[in-house]
Ligand binder design. Structure first.
Ligand SMILES: NC(=O)c1ccc[n+]([C@@H]2O[C@H](COP(=O)([O-])OP(=O)(O)OC[C@H]3O[C@@H](n4cnc5c(N)ncnc54)[C@H](O)[C@@H]3O)[C@@H](O)[C@H]2O)c1
Length: 295
């Protein structure tokens, strides 16, 4: 099946990014969210990114206008009747995602493919909510979507080969690289990255080295662009805690037990960059070691 029109449900951080990369390569995009405010915010993000690209000389004004003209916005799911592919990027909540796909199942053409950008919910669980589980797949983009090259394609137990190949072609057209991944907790990147992060937390708890020195060691010793603590602050400690809880529940293996310090920081409302404090202190506008708590 040739995909021409893609509906993106959820115009937040990820949805806006996916809308941008889709429209840039010629797909007709229908961008959906619950309120006019939310869709306009999403479209505003795309416009801002494209304007920056024009300023940097990566894009012409005409190309920017043509890209934006390929994005229509709506607060109704009914517009999905014209879509060949729906990519869902709403809040990370299984019941919400299932309810949306159940509605889409009634609205969409029988051959329309459903993809979820979930970072942790099993694809087979979401696919069980619809009458087309063979046409359901995980399309896990990374943030920021216009920059990050990877899309993990997660095959649920009933996902067909045809669905996988069609979505692989869409991702390639969006200039993304793909990897095929089984539907296991954490998929591939989050599973491996969290194994490393768990070990970093353990080293801190055992007093092996400080937050700063663990980050420094991995940056200078392994050429990681950010250390595990710096990255955890960037992503959000609440988001990280949810991911490791998913891994712990999924594998029933103590190696995924959430760090007690991490849990305490989240309970205290120190969620990383977004709240001003996490593993580091950002309240001065710069990243500084914390002096108000001892890890
Ligand atoms: N942020 C990341 O780094 C990242 C990376 C990979 C995957 N994800 C996944 O992508 C999804 C979205 O994450 P995000 O960071 O873009 O979140 P976000 O909070 O920025 O955006 C979510 C959007 O969904 C909208 N929404 C909520 N209910 C809706 C509904 N019923 N219909 C339509 N829209 C609705 C919200 O209004 C909001 O605009 C989540 O499943 C998340 O796990 C996030």
């Amino acid at each position: 099946m040739e995909v021409k029109t893609i509906m993106i449900v959820g115009a937040g951080f990820m949805g806006a990014g996916i809308a941008q990369v889709g429209a840039e390569v010629g797909y007709q995009i229908i961008l959906n969210d619950v309120s006019e405010d939310a869709v306009q915010r999403g479209l505003g993000t795309v416009t801002k990114n494209l304007t920056k690209n024009v300023q940097k000389g990566k894009l012409t004004e005409d190309e920017k206008s043509a890209t934006l003209a390929r994005i229509s916005t709506t607060t109704s799911l009914e517009a999905a009747k014209d879509a060949d592919l729906v990519i869902e990027a709403v809040f990370e909540n299984a019941d919400l995602k299932k309810a949306i796909f159940q509605q889409l199942d009634e609205i969409c053409k029988p051959d329309c493919i459903f993809a979820s950008n979930t970072s942790s919910i099993p694809i087979s669980q979401l696919a069980a909510a619809v009458k087309r589980p063979d046409k359901f797949i995980g399309m896990h983009f990374f943030s920021p979507v216009p920059v990050m090259k990877l899309v993990e394609l997660i095959r649920g137990i009933k996902t067909s080969q045809e669905t996988l190949v069609t979505v692989e072609e869409v991702a390639a057209k969006m200039k993304k690289e793909t990897v095929r991944v089984k539907d296991v907790p954490g998929f591939l990147v989050n599973r491996i990255n969290n194994a490393l992060r768990q070990e970093a937390y353990k080293c801190l708890e055992e007093g092996v080295a400080s937050v700063q020195d663990i980050d420094k060691a991995l940056k200078l010793g392994l050429r990681h662009p950010m250390g595990p603590f710096e990255l955890a602050d960037f992503v959000g400690l609440d988001v990280g805690l949810n991911i490791v809880k998913t891994l712990y529940d999924g594998y029933k293996d103590p190696k995924w037990r959430p760090s007690l310090i991490l849990e305490q920081l989240v309970l205290a409302g120190d969620l990383g960059r977004k709240s001003g404090k996490g593993w580091y202190d950002y309240t001065s506008g710069e990243m500084k070691p914390r002096t108000d708590v001892e890890f």
